[in-house]
Ligand binder design. Structure first.
Ligand SMILES: Cc1cc2nc3c(=O)[nH]c(=O)nc-3n(C[C@H](O)[C@H](O)[C@H](O)COP(=O)(O)OP(=O)(O)OC[C@H]3O[C@@H](n4cnc5c(N)ncnc54)[C@H](O)[C@@H]3O)c2cc1C
Length: 389
């Protein structure tokens, strides 16, 4: 077993530099771990972007503790979601839902986190491709041709996780039968200050909320796997994120047509005039049964979307990542400060956090079923097989 190193704990390699990875690397560094390195596949300077994310108070508290100032990533003080029926393109009476947290965006959160992670811990343009045990230690292999030895490997490499493929290969993503079409506007069409959720009919949901400088929308619409492929040029499992260059005329016409059919003005116009659009196929996966794997005398763990890429409707993905990351640092501190057995610390962490990850994975299809989106959890297996690509 890797022993506590007198000079700052085990060597920790974090894979993934989006949200979960930088948060956990930052917390490890702040807790006194001296051998922390983060590897991110995308090259330095790559412009990544992302829309609205809601964070529960538990996650906000974790970020407070890590010294990430809320003013940097919470742009409006709203805690309200207006859930609104729509009939004949007219808004019905909205129901106020109180959200137990705040709204942010991926971009704000990513920037607030990454600017705090010391530069010398981060290697960008490093895509992990393999993990083996070498002389008792996990050995990481990178596509760029170098290897790194570590004691603990923390996979925070997202829903297409290489870590999950290597450690838990039987859990494969399957298409849920609907798409989240997304866009960001450089203006706020109704001067809204809260999150709005429009529900015209089963199988259609439109979310819109203010972001700095404008508004962000997500339009959920059912689509078979063939339809997804026609719209975005590749099957759902091959294209887990359709970037603006993948969103061509077919997808735009499909989304604009549905907006005009289902949404009141000015929401339909807002969709129509959104220049840059993205999309993601909603995917499901079997719930995880473990979070920790021995690799030689060391360990590898999965967390965040790498462990459990939950449906966006659950609003739990980023929240799970922060809570699991915080718990992981706490568990490993017992090893660092009090010489607790590393394997025991990790198995205690797994026992504490696995149930919430399982619950979030199971919740997604239940919410989708309620909204008439995709394949209901009660659908027969023949239907599920047909939709699996
Ligand atoms: C429309 C929408 C709304 C959402 N709303 C919410 C919400 O309200 N609340 C919430 O909690 N969550 C929400 N989520 C989910 C949330 O965005 C994700 O759970 C979160 O971004 C996951 O973060 P992550 O860091 O675990 O993974 P990711 O963001 O997927 O990042 C993985 C990182 O790993 C890198 N990487 C991948 N493979 C490798 C490799 N082999 N080697 C090195 N690096 C690699 C990638 O480049 C990437 O930077 C929403 C998602 C969507 C799509």
């Amino acid at each position: 077993m890797p022993r506590r190193r007198s000079n700052g704990g085990p060597r920790i390699a974090v894979i993934g530099g989006s949200l979960t990875g930088p948060a956990v690397a930052l917390m490890f560094a702040q807790a006194g771990f001296s051998h922390v390195n983060l590897y991110e596949a995308t090259p330095a300077g790559t412009t990544l972007g992302g829309g609205l994310i809601s964070l529960e108070h538990s996650s906000l508290g974790i970020l407070d503790q890590a010294g990430v100032d809320q003013d940097e990533y919470v742009h409006v003080p709203s805690e309200t979601i207006w859930q609104t029926p729509v009939k004949d393109r007219v808004l019905g009476d909205p129901v106020r839902r109180v959200y137990p947290g705040r709204f942010t965006t991926w971009t704000q959160l990513h920037d607030a986190l990454t600017r705090r992670v010391p530069n010398d811990l981060v290697t960008t343009g490093a895509r992990l491709t393999g993990l083996t045990a070498h002389r008792g230690h996990p050995l990481l292999e990178f596509a760029e041709g170098f290897t790194v030895s570590a004691d603990v490997v923390v996979f925070a490499d997202g829903r297409a996780s290489t870590g999950r493929r290597l450690l838990d290969p039987n859990r494969r993503l399957r298409y849920a039968g609907y798409v989240g079409h997304r866009g960001s506007l450089g203006f706020n069409p109704t001067a809204m200050v809260d999150f709005w959720r429009l529900e015209p009919c089963p199988g259609v949901q439109f979310n819109i909320a203010p972001i700095p400088g404008g508004a962000d929308w997500t339009f959920y619409l059912n689509a078979g796997p063939g339809e997804y492929t026609r719209m975005f040029g590749a099957a759902p499992r091959q294209r887990l994120f359709a970037q603006p260059r993948h969103v061509g005329g077919t997808a735009r016409a499909h989304v604009d047509g549905n907006a005009v059919w289902h949404l009141p003005e000015p929401f339909a116009s807002a969709v129509h005039c959104t220049a840059s659009r993205t999309a993601f196929p909603v995917m499901d996966i079997e719930p995880p049964t473990q979070m920790v794997w021995p690799v030689g005398d060391g360990f590898a763990v999965l967390l965040g979307d790498a462990l459990a890429p939950v449906r966006a409707h659950t609003a739990r993905g980023a929240n799970n990542g922060f809570e699991q990351g915080d718990g992981l640092v706490t568990a490993l501190c017992q090893h660092l400060r009090h010489d607790a057995d590393l394997g025991n610390a990790l198995s205690g962490w797994q026992r504490r956090y696995l149930p919430a990850a399982v619950a979030a994975v199971r919740l997604g299809p239940v919410i989708g079923g309620r909204l008439g989106l995709g394949v209901s959890p009660d659908a027969d297996s023949a239907n599920l097989v047909e939709l699996t690509v």
